[in-house]
Design a protein around this ligand. Structure first.
Ligand code: PEP
Ligand code: MG
Length: 755
């Protein structure tokens, strides 16, 4: 039980009355008047006023008990002007025993507030923004105590949520009020996944809905909060000790910061105080999170910004612990555009695919797995949209422009119409790609190209026929693990692989064994803590260290492919020995199955992914051991250029269309040709026409692209004459520039290649 015992203080009844008054049928002004009256009464204040922010930024007196009624809708203060403006600007409560004596006091004769000395104001916060101010005033020079300051903040929160949810004021009345941003805005970000969509905002870190703000039983709620905090700390301790989630979770330093914050007295006290005022534990977390966000929103210092993120992550973790005992499915609109600061791929996969139209992120990077999942889902994704979350409310209309890398918030009808017509053009183009579906991918000079697709989700299988690929060049098996709450058992792994092979029919499928680590986290897998997960025990390294895991998967693959062809490859091979060991495990599993008289695949091909630069200098040793190889350019280049693919600060610092990257690819292709080793490229760049054009000119003839890339790449192939292009590429490989993108574009244009 929390120290000091349970206290039943708090404006609980008042909050209930406010909620009832808000939900009533009377006109908005009448309801606001009732609200200020009951707050004044309950707080034994002579004055209670509500100011709301107008679109101009001014704070307008919307309702008052105690000030002159004529001042309502007349008195307006700019942000920072007067005490009310100061509360809004600083996003913090202000309590004064003698307000008129304060230098910020702005005298407004129409209000008749001269006789009132004591002043207590609290901001109405939504996300990281103050949308209004709630004030109580008294004649006497009294001091409001800490409990009263707490209470007014909770009342302000309930007001803010109710006003913003549209319960209090109708849409018409909200039009000119900045309870939520409502003007159209355009934000420029970065393109992470192609496409174009509009729909309604779903906030990944959603505010608590107004009906869940108030606790039924505040004492029980305090116990819930306390238990959740204990659970949260235990989780972090476990991660710190190298327990769960460490493999690809936050770094040690971040965890230590979390631990410190989780112990932070101020944070804990704020939460407990908020619950004691009558809020649910979730609402308390939300209130404190909003206060932090608003307070630090304008901070430029990267250190402070980072700490704010840490606090937010901690709040999200706490909300997840709390959700554990009240799991609730969120209702999503059918045209959801998901909005988040950042997302892991597993978070994204938790949303129902058929309702997701797009993804907008405040941060993120194009090479992260969340972006890859977005591409697999064929939904547009735009990232690095500064200030995104504070400019949107749940349910806002928004356009995710995955052509230009922009987001249009609350677009005007003409904007929407323009986007709809662009969407029509897109679907016409998609129809053209669909028409090419059965056309073999042959260049103008007769080079046959095998065009495959990357997959990993059930939706990929549904789309396989539509995509027009000749097979699956990369099946990311870890996606099944990432969408599961526990380690998938042998039979569910087998069932999935069988389904994949059944759906593919005669088309080849290359399964990649589990690639966990980096930004792919499995919360249920106990692993060591790592400082640097991208360079850590990722992928096959984990499989070799925990052969039970890998053998189980191989067993599932062998069983599923009994009587057919099985192609399996290992990710993140860095040394020849790793490949040998991994292959031995395949042999061990085959022998195990044979001993039991089980059927085996008719044909078994075992390959390696080339993702670690070390292999470039040992291909002569590796290739004779493999049946095929596949180049994972996403990782190969992150390691070649020492630039974390998930870190937006460095992920875009180099261009894959650069001489070192292209020379590395040329070398791999040449070695494979010399040894007759089949080679494909399955990194994301195989799905971009210009990059794929470069690959063809280097001699690659097998590409595996994300589903959305197959059509555009096929169209490029059909328009390309490789003879001339190869000569052009040979010159570019010798260039001393950091990027040859421009030159390659000119070459493609000169040769009439459709890129
Ligand atoms: C790659 O690294 O290029 C690759 C295809 O694997 P992943 O993106 O899943 O790491
Ligand atoms: Mg990879």
């Amino acid at each position: 039980m929390p120290g000091g015992g349970l206290t039943t203080r708090g404006p609980r009844n008042l909050l209930r009355q406010i909620r009832e008054a808000m939900a009533g049928a009377a006109p908005a002004q009448e309801r606001l008047d009732t609200v200020v009256r009951i707050i004044a009464q309950s707080m034994v204040a002579e004055v209670c006023s509500i100011y709301l922010r107008r679109a101009s930024g001014e704070l307008e007196l919307f309702a008052t008990q105690g000030l002159k009624p004529e001042a309502v809708h007349k008195t307006r203060l700019r942000p920072g002007e007067g005490l009310v403006g100061e509360v809004a600007r600083s996003a913090q409560p202000i309590s004064l025993s003698d307000a008129p004596a304060h230098p910020s006091f702005a005298y407004r004769p129409e209000t008749g507030e001269d006789p009132y000395h004591a002043f207590l104001g609290a901001p109405l916060l939504r996300g990281g923004r103050a949308i209004g101010v709630l004030v109580v005033q008294n004649r006497s020079e009294r001091r409001y105590d800490e409990d009263e300051v707490e209470d007014i903040q909770t009342i302000a929160m309930v007001l803010a949520e109710t006003v913003a949810s549209g319960e209090l004021l109708g849409q018409e009345e909200l039009r000119d009020i900045e309870v939520a941003p409502h003007r159209p805005e355009r934000l420029k970000g970065q393109l992470f996944a192609e496409g174009l969509a509009f729909g309604h905002v779903v906030l990944h870190e959603a505010p608590v809905p107004p009906e869940n703000l108030l606790a039924e039983d505040p004492q029980a709620e305090e116990v819930r909060l306390h238990e959740a905090l204990v659970g949260l700390k235990a989780n972090i301790d476990k991660m710190l000790e190298g327990g769960q989630g460490g493999l690809a979770g936050p770094s040690f330093e971040v965890l230590e910061t979390y631990r410190m914050f989780a112990d932070d007295r101020g944070w804990n006290r704020s939460l407990v105080e908020a619950v004691r005022t009558g809020l649910t534990a979730e609402a308390a977390v939300d209130r404190v999170r909003n206060e932090h966000r608003a307070r630090f929103a304008k901070a430029r210092d990267p250190y402070i910004k980072e700490r704010l993120h840490d606090f937010e992550d901690l709040a999200n973790r706490l909300l997840r612990v709390l959700a554990g005992d009240r799991p609730g499915e969120r209702e999503l609109p059918d045209d959801a555009i998901l909005v988040a600061r950042n997302l892991g791929p597993a978070d994204l996969l938790e949303y129902p695919r058929h309702k997701l139209r797009g993804l907008l992120l405040e941060e993120g990077s194009a090479a992260s797995h969340a972006a890859i999942v977005a591409r697999a889902l064929q939904i547009p994704c735009v990232g690095r949209l500064m200030g995104l979350r504070d400019r949107l409310s749940e349910g806002d209309l928004v356009i995710a422009d995955g052509e230009t890398g922009e987001a249009y918030l609350r677009p005007r009808p003409d904007m929407l119409a323009a986007v709809e017509s662009r969407m029509q053009v897109r679907s016409q183009r998609e129809a053209e790609f669909a028409a090419l579906r059965d056309t073999p991918a042959v260049t103008l000079d007769g080079q046959r190209i095998t065009l495959l697709t990357n997959a990993g989700l059930a939706v990929d299988l549904e789309n396989l026929d539509a995509v027009g690929a000749e097979g699956i060049g990369l099946f990311r098996t870890e996606f099944q693990f990432m969408v599961s709450d526990e380690l998938p058992r042998l039979d569910s792994q087998t069932a999935l692989y069988r389904r994949v092979l059944d759906t593919a029919g005669r088309r080849p499928v290359t399964f990649r064994t589990l690639d966990i680590g980096g930004d792919k986290v499995l919360p249920y897998l106990e692993t060591e803590r790592e400082e640097n997960p991208a360079l850590g025990r990722r992928a096959v390294r984990l499989g070799l260290d925990r052969p039970g895991l890998l053998r189980l998967q191989l067993r599932a693959l062998l069983t599923a492919a009994a009587g057919r062809e099985l192609r399996v490859m290992f990710p993140m091979i860095a040394t020849v020995d790793e490949f040998r060991h991994a292959r031995e495990l395949v042999d061990v599993e085959c022998a195990w199955a044979r001993r039991r008289g089980r059927a085996l695949p008719d044909l078994l091909r075992v390959g390696a992914m080339i993702e670690c630069p070390s292999l470039l200098w040992h291909l002569d040793a590796l290739l004779p051991l493999t049946d095929f190889v596949s180049v994972g350019t996403n990782d190969l280049f992150q390691y070649m250029f020492a630039a974390d693919r998930t870190n937006p600060l460095v992920a875009d610092r180099y261009d894959p269309l650069s001489p070192p990257a292209l020379r590395a690819l040329a070398e791999i292709q040449r070695r494979c040709a010399d040894t007759g080793t089949p080679v494909s490229v399955c990194g994301e760049l195989a799905g971009r026409p210009l990059e794929a054009f470069a690959l063809l000119t280097l001699g690659f003839t097998r590409l595996s692209a994300p589903a959305g890339g197959v059509g555009p790449v096929k169209r490029m192939i059909l328009s390309a004459d490789l003879g001339a292009a190869r000569r052009g590429m040979a010159n570019l490989l010798g260039s001393s520039s950091a990027s040859v993108r421009g030159e390659l574009e000119s070459l493609a244009r000169k040769l009439n290649v459709t890129i």
